[in-house]
Design a protein around this ligand. Structure first.
Ligand SMILES: [Zn+2]
Length: 317
């Protein structure tokens, strides 16, 4: 098939990343703008339109033909309408937004909108650590825990687009309160935020502000860092064991800030998960680190938009 190009946009809490990506997973242009998390909804929509206009001009100047625009946003998205349903964490007014309709009205390209964690998972599935596999679960251990589930080469979103909230799986029903309204959610124990919080509670005399710092202290012999990380790995493995028992995927991909600790951490998570999951469920499952870092979101959004255009072409004959 001829190589095609799309704009991929990844709306994050601190920055909006965007670029021109090819159907082969190449990023031709990559940019980012700061997110205006307190801006009114209309302003964010206009910002997205202006990002696209700039990028379309850039594509023209390089003689690149664009086929579609793909957008990953936090929150729950009705993908048929490109409609953001309800509110989003970390944004004051980014809610109930007709993103697809607004942007298609302003731009002459088809626009596809989906949840950001789904787009990250799709990026890893198409071009990263999940390449060549059909059943993949992707989790990102960051500020919270995001999840994306691919079953038989397609994203699983749930019947009403609200599924795959792996970070809000209960791992202690009497446990910590979560922002989602639940109690004892996976992300209250397994996210980067939780790791930092747990360490700072254990070592109030010398708080750390990043997971990298905590891992560094562990390497340098900080006993408290070692103990907190030991417990952290058990928490992550407890969540992963459930995911493996339920989905029995070919691969589990671990991304997000914490995964920057690399293979030494992943290998400990791998063996701890193996000791907790059912033998028949974990057998042959590979637990690996993500490959695309913070490029996964725009690559996934662009690829998903291109695949969607292709699907529509086929179904309309
Ligand atoms: Zn929760």
């Amino acid at each position: 098939m001829i190589e095609q190009h799309a704009i991929g946009i990844d709306i994050g809490g601190t920055s909006i990343k965007y670029g021109i990506c090819s159907s082969e997973g190449k990023i031709i242009i990559w940019n980012s703008d700061p997110t205006q998390a307190d801006a009114p909804r209309e302003e964010i929509l206009e910002h997205l339109v202006s990002i696209c206009r700039r990028t379309i001009e850039e594509a023209k100047s390089r003689a690149i033909t664009l086929t579609a625009i793909g957008i990953g946003t936090p929150g729950c998205v009705d993908i048929r309408r490109g409609y953001l349903m309800g509110s989003t964490p970390n944004f004051a007014h980014w809610r109930d937004a007709p993103v697809g309709e607004h942007m298609e009205g302003a731009l002459e390209l088809p626009v596809f909108v989906d949840n950001d964690a789904n787009m990250m998972a799709y990026g890893e599935f198409k071009f990263g650590a999940g390449r060549g596999k059909g059943d993949v679960v992707c989790i990102t251990l960051g500020t919270g825990i995001g999840g994306g589930i691919i079953i038989n080469h397609e994203l699983y979103r749930g019947s009403f687009y609200s599924g795959s909230e792996l970070g809000h799986m209960t791992i202690d029903f009497r446990g910590r309160k979560c922002n989602c309204g639940g109690t004892g959610c996976f992300e209250r124990y397994g996210s980067a935020t939780a790791l930092i919080q747990d360490y700072n509670e254990a070592a109030p005399e010398s708080p750390a502000d990043s997971t990298i710092e905590i891992f560094k202290r562990m390497k340098n012999g900080d006993v408290k860092a070692g103990a907190v990380i030991d417990l952290y790995i058990k928490y992550v493995a407890a969540g992963l064991a459930s995911i493996v028992n339920i989905f029995n995927p070919e691969r589990v991909i671990i991304g997000g800030g914490v995964s920057e600790a690399g293979e030494p951490l992943i290998s400990r998570i791998r063996s701890e998960t193996a000791s907790r999951a059912m033998e028949s469920s974990i057998k042959n499952v590979e637990i690996v680190g993500a490959k695309l870092g913070n490029r996964a979101g725009i690559l996934g959004a662009a690829a998903s938009a291109l695949d969607e255009v292709q699907r529509k072409r086929i179904s309309s004959g």
